[in-house]
Design a protein around this ligand. Structure first.
Ligand code: AHG
Ligand code: MN
Ligand code: MN
Length: 341
């Protein structure tokens, strides 16, 4: 049996960096710090049922949603693990209204970090997979001061790295730094992320769709027709599709990344911009999916080319296997032409 190369995340990062002689190692150190935060959050998630951490804090986050303790734990852990490494000039989190500055006692670096500390948090109490999402940019503001809002509001296509950690049946860290997508599984015995998925690519066409069908009534007519189309029988085009929806974006997209699939959180008549956030959820996931050979769209435009206007901006998202995303775009466009007639 061929031996699989045993490679820790730390070693993988060093090997990747060696390919770029101009690299300073700062990004590698940043990713290493992130993996440490991930390990601590993973430990806490795993014992969520054991300690008094489940339940609501009673506070609402900036989106008016009730925040659970583990969300705040993950947020604090990310900030505490990342603010003193000297690699960042500013951060932003889904759980905090404004940008997070680096305390003055620490060195300021050239990178920017945006994150969703805990995604899928409504699933915590039910032992369902949840995750952490991160997105990294190079700073664009002058280097002699603190990072700014301008550093945070960059196009998704400017990301230098993005990734997620999924706390599932095992904990995995999946990331891209622009040369493919790589997955690492946390070995709980010795506490290291070990490469388990080299160069992940997603199928061009799939058989899985993921959407909250409870919102059917409020959908765009083109989307209603598309979902009906997926449910019809046609052997040649591989229909009917199967439906899989966890309600944790990280977990839904992780499954679809590996098996092929389309994940959708559309705009609807109640939420004209959808639900998911451009900076913390859609951009990082779009970067990963594109790097794996998939596609990410807001129904018309490439997610990574959307001009960010505010930190907590929401956008509709259709993301996954390329042919499936193209198909839903064509259904949405067709219906628009029809209604304009
Ligand atoms: P978060 O826990 O960070 O607020 O994100 C929850 C998101 C996302 O993970 C998931 O895809 C979506 O909410 C599910 O929303 P619905 O319950 O409306 O389907
Ligand atoms: Mn989220
Ligand atoms: Mn969250």
């Amino acid at each position: 049996m061929p031996q699989i190369k045993f490679l820790t995340l730390a070693r993988h990062i060093i090997e990747e960096e060696r390919k770029y002689p101009e690299a300073t190692g700062e990004l590698s150190n940043l990713l290493h710090d992130l993996s440490l935060a991930a390990k601590v959050i993973s430990l806490e998630v795993n014992k969520a049922g054991l300690v008094d951490i489940i339940g609501f804090t009673g506070d609402n986050n900036v989106h008016g949603e009730q925040v659970k303790k583990l969300d705040m734990f993950a947020h604090d852990m990310m900030v505490r693990a990342m603010d003193h490494g000297g690699h960042l000039c500013v951060m932003a989190s889904e759980e905090e209204e404004d940008v997070i500055h680096i305390p003055s006692e620490f060195n300021i670096g050239k990178y920017v970090l945006l994150f969703d500390p805990l995604d899928g948090s409504s699933n915590i109490d039910a032992n369902v997979s949840i995750g952490t999402i991160f997105s990294i940019y190079r700073r664009v503001s002058p280097e002699d001061g603190a990072g700014t809002m301008e550093d945070c509001l960059q196009f998704g296509h400017e990301q230098v790295a993005a990734g997620y950690v999924i706390y599932g049946s095992s904990t995995m860290l999946v990331y891209t730094a622009g040369s493919g997508v790589h997955g690492f599984t946390l070995d709980p015995a010795f506490g290291e992320f070990v490469r388990s998925h080299k160069n992940i690519t997603t199928p061009k066409k799939s058989k899985i769709y993921s959407i909250n069908e409870g919102n059917y009534l409020y959908w765009h007519p083109g989307l209603k027709k598309y979902i009906k189309y997926l449910q019809e029988e046609d052997k040649e085009s591989g229909r009917p599709y199967t439906s899989r929806y966890i309600g944790s974006m990280v977990a839904d997209i992780h499954r679809n990344l590996l098996y092929g699939g389309i994940f959708m959180y559309p705009a609807d008549s109640r939420n004209p911009n959808g639900k998911l956030r451009l900076m913390y959820e859609c951009n990082p996931m779009a970067f990963i999916i594109e790097q794996a050979g998939g596609k990410a769209s807001d129904g018309k435009n490439r997610i990574l080319d959307i001009q960010p206007e505010k930190l907590h901006q929401r956008v509709p998202v259709y993301i996954g296997s390329e042919e499936d995303v193209k198909m839903v775009e064509s259904f949405l466009a067709k219906e628009e032409v029809e209604s304009a007639k």
